[in-house]
Design a binder for this molecule. Structure first.
Ligand code: LMR
Length: 318
């Protein structure tokens, strides 16, 4: 069977980590693209030299030329700039919308059949710009943040209750901003919902509330610590889990920024919701039943995404 091809657009911290994880997980050959000369080539060579030690046979190439991504099965986009301390993700909209436009055109020309995962911020609006510029069908383009935000929520909950992260399931939905919605009712430990765990005394409601707040600000917490950029290990792991579900037709149910056409009362926007990812891309959008409170929080988050989409329209990116 021919090896799959994974194109990584952007060879920064996330791009490099994605390339390493793709190799370690035997997902296929990797092409690392960046406009900065030498960086993608250097990182690809470095990881290729780790391959004999780690025992993977993937071909790794670095390039500054879009034509080398031709025929990629999966494209993961991290191009653009990250935020620095004191900035919000929304401050990146103007710079990154332009970058998404160029990347979308490259994808359109060289890999119109790919499954595309966007990581660039402000995420939900950038996925829409990327999808429109690429002309790919909306179910073949999605955004990564839901897996990342849910992973943060899962980590904090597991740490608090002193249980394995493997047994903690959680959904964080809505936009990838400070208004995101960690849905406690649908978060479980070994199938036991969080509200029941509060009643059982495993965790207090005050701690749940504090963890919800910490999750919402999880990206900013890392930016504040790193000072020179934003998180990269967890974002890369999150995107790779989505790529893996597509490439191996795992049909995993994961929270992702997906194109909504009326679901959750949202039209023609990308927002974080649970989806099924398989060989056809986003194969299904899972429509959860919200309480009035949850719906209100979700709507508030959608409004924040809409403002960014409107900003992209004003900039002529949409
Ligand atoms: C994250 O959540 O880590 C990313 O969106 C990066 C950021 O700026 O917070």
């Amino acid at each position: 069977m021919a090896r799959k091809k994974i194109a990584l657009i952007g060879a920064g911290q996330i791009g490099g980590t994605l390339a390493l994880l793709s190799g370690l997980k035997h997902l296929g050959d990797v092409v690392l693209f960046d406009i900065a000369e030498g960086i993608p080539q250097g990182k690809a060579l470095d990881i290729a030299e780790a391959a004999p030690v780690e025992g993977f046979d993937a071909k790794l190439a670095g390039t500054n030329d879009y034509k080398d991504i031709a025929g990629a099965d999966v494209v993961i986009v991290t191009a653009g700039v990250p935020r620095k301390p004191g900035m919000s993700r929304d401050d990146l909209v103007e710079t990154n919308a332009k970058v998404m436009h160029q990347v979308g055109e490259g994808i359109k020309q060289y890999c119109p059949d790919a499954f595309v995962i966007c990581i660039t911020n402000p995420l939900d609006a950038m996925v829409l710009v990327l999808q429109q510029a690429s002309g790919l069908p909306p179910h073949k383009v999605c955004g990564m943040a839901g897996v990342l935000d849910s992973a943060r929520f899962r980590h904090f909950l597991a740490e608090e209750m002193n249980v394995s992260v493997k047994d903690v399931n959680a959904f964080v939905l809505g936009g990838h901003g400070d208004t995101m919605v960690p849905v406690t009712r649908y978060s479980t430990v070994a199938g036991i919902p969080l509200p029941d765990l509060v009643e059982m005394g495993w965790i207090t409601q005050e701690r749940v509330d504090a963890i919800v707040e910490r999750t919402r600000k999880g990206g900013g917490e890392i930016v504040g610590l790193l000072k020179t950029g934003s998180a990269f290990y967890a974002p890369a792991s999150s995107a790779i889990s989505m790529a893996e579900s597509y490439l191996l037709d795992r049909k995993r149910v994961l929270p992702a920024a997906a194109h909504l056409t009326g679901q959750y009362g949202v039209n023609d926007m990308y927002v974080g919701v649970p989806v099924v990812i398989g060989e056809n891309g986003i194969e299904r959008i899972v429509e959860l039943k919200f309480t009035d409170d949850e719906q209100q929080m979700f709507n508030h988050s959608v409004d924040a995404v809409r403002e960014l989409v409107d900003a992209c329209k004003k900039l002529g990116a949409l």
